[in-house]
Design a protein around this ligand. Sequence first.
Ligand code: HEM
Ligand SMILES: [Cu+2]
Length: 533
Amino acid sequence: MGAHAQAHDHHDHDHKPTGIKRWLFTTNHKDIGSMYLWFAFAMFLLGGFMALMIRAELFQPGLQFFEPNFFNQMTTVHGLIMVFGAVMPAFTGLANWMIPLMIGAPDMALPRMNNWSFWILPFAFALLVLSLFMEGGGPNFGWTFYAPLSTTYGPPSTDFFIFSVHIMGLSSIMGAINVIVTVMNMRAPGMTLMKMPLFVWTWLITAFLLIMVMPVLAGAVTMMLTDRHFGTDFFNAAGGGDPVLFQHVFWFFGHPEVYIMILPSFGIASAIIPAFARKPLFGYSSMVYATASIAFLSFVVWAHHMFTTGMPLAGELFFMYATMLIAVPTGVKIFNWVATMWEGSMTFEAPMLFAIAFVVLFTIGGFSGVMLAMAPVDFQYHDTYFVVAHFHYVLFPGAIFGTIAAAYYWLPKWTGHMYHEGLAKWHFWLSIIFVNLTFFPMHFSGLAGMQRRVPDYNIMFADFNMLSTIGAFGLGIVQLLFLYIVVKCIKGGEKAPAKPWEGAHGLEWTVPSPAPYHTFSTPPKVTDENAHS
Ligand code: HEM
Ligand SMILES: [Cu+2]
């Protein structure tokens, strides 16, 4: 233990700096975690607002509100903000708050770098959002920014987009290094790897994915930059390059990225379901190995996004079968969650409701994923609303509901108060109804042939689109109720005990609620009772 941590043993009072400097210069994992979470929520609302603009335009066929070019900017920036601004920072916020508390460490291993990982993010997103107001408009080439749309035909602001992606990547890499170093070096004595809570395991594996693919993304945007300004032709067929190369590089990053956006949610479900089923997690070690297998396989499936680019038959087949293989470890996980609930004494507080919805709806997204993985039929599904339905089923009920479940589960620990259970149940049921109303009809409009990324469509798709838009506005508005519940919980409410959930296990429940500013200055004793949940 460092001298700094020991110094804190001398005074028990919860000393913390005050004012703006507390937040600007903080090296405290809890402060940094809170900032990440608030930033992510703000981005979620902004990205959600853009989604509602898209849905408003699509309420009826024909052009109602926006120019097609502005519509394209909205789909692009909505996707980018949700992926890089909402989901990833939310997970990093949870990692900051919970990993040290779960492994019995006083803080993250590299606290100053932690401060930087967070504070460069607002600049990255300010650049991205401000590019919408530049001459020629913001990025309009989809969140996948395929060349030549983003090179030859990209608006001038694309250079700011490139810089912004570089900063986001830097932030993610630093965050990931911090998680790995913390988990490898800072576990309390007795907290062996196979005793760690699954949330720590899934984040550790996610951190390796981040370190491996964020540099690839940086490479992709750098090649774009040199193609745009410095005379290279990586992606330019006229100069001997190949635009399909861009897709390979992008998806080598992009597919592991989709697991980056889901693995931490797997860890959250694995914490919550045992707690509210009052049974140990079924198949702990198989959960660890399944997560590792999914992560490994995520590197060899990228070209399932490119079936229609004219790959050789052997490539089509390889990527088809490799993708389907991922269903095996994923099935193991789903089986384990269900088996954990089997004959448990379950109660259905908000975290459990969201966790169960996660399991059910994520599975629907998984099934449509297997459908998309079939090379021959993907020629029909590709670039239709079926794809939009698929990835929103894994992202909204997967990444977002997972984060919401985590927030309800740990809010008592963070704030020292219980949230309002009745309101949370309203939040849950309305979210479930609206998420399905928004995204389920997209399966049908997609199968019938409606393309994605279009501001106008054939009149035959009108009914499905009307339903999706009504659902989207409901879903968006209901998330403001979540904001209200969280703020209300921070301001007051029933006092939370150290362990508010009867069936919860883990070191985080051994410290008081709210968790003091400094915890585990002296390493805790790891017992069977408080090891993995
Ligand atoms: C109220 C919730 C949401 C609604 C109504 C919504 C709606 C939409 C719509 C209509 C599109 C455009 C599809 C197209 O024209 O091709 C879209 C694209 C997208 N959305 Fe969402 N979305 C929501 C939440 C989310 C969340 C939570 C995420 C990620 C975590 C997300 C990620 C994406 C991505 C990556 C794209 C693709 C952008 C592109 O085509 O380049 N969305 N969304
Ligand atoms: Cu993929």
